[in-house]
Design a protein around this ligand. Structure first.
Ligand code: SF4
Length: 121
């Protein structure tokens, strides 16, 4: 049900703003991955991060609320999600922020909202 809602949001996104246009599609892909039994706990973290970006950067309520079905069901039915995980203890080896640090220093551009995994609010 939550996966179907995320596909609804991806389909209904008008495309006016990039965070919603791209983020709702990414969210639908993540929910497909979880439904297919190919997820890891990192996906829960990534959905929270995606929600933070969508809430801050989307123009209207569709983008603001697109992650709610996923987040609410993960919060209330987490064991049901966990039973479908392929990897229970997956920790990503690639650190995007560390990899981008030299480029950010070189260009002197460091948008706090573009960081993943840190809470810059
Ligand atoms: S947040 Fe609203 S305005 Fe922006 S792309 Fe989504 S539906 Fe369109």
């Amino acid at each position: 049900m939550a996966r179907n809602f995320t596909h609804f949001f991806a389909h209904e996104s008008c495309g006016f703003c990039t965070p919603c246009r791209v983020g709702t599609s990414l969210l639908a892909d993540m929910m497909d991955k979880l439904e297919a039994g190919k997820g890891s706990p990192q996906d829960f973290t990534e959905i929270q991060e995606l929600n933070r970006h969508l809430f801050k950067l989307s123009h209207c309520g569709l983008g603001h609320s697109a992650c709610n079905p996923a987040l609410e069901t993960i919060a209330k039915f987490r064991p049901a999600y966990e039973r479908r995980l392929l990897h229970k203890n997956f920790v990503p080896a690639f650190d995007l922020d560390a990899s981008l640090a030299p480029a950010r220093a070189l260009t002197q551009r460091d948008d706090a909202a573009a960081h993943l995994g840190d809470d810059h609010e």
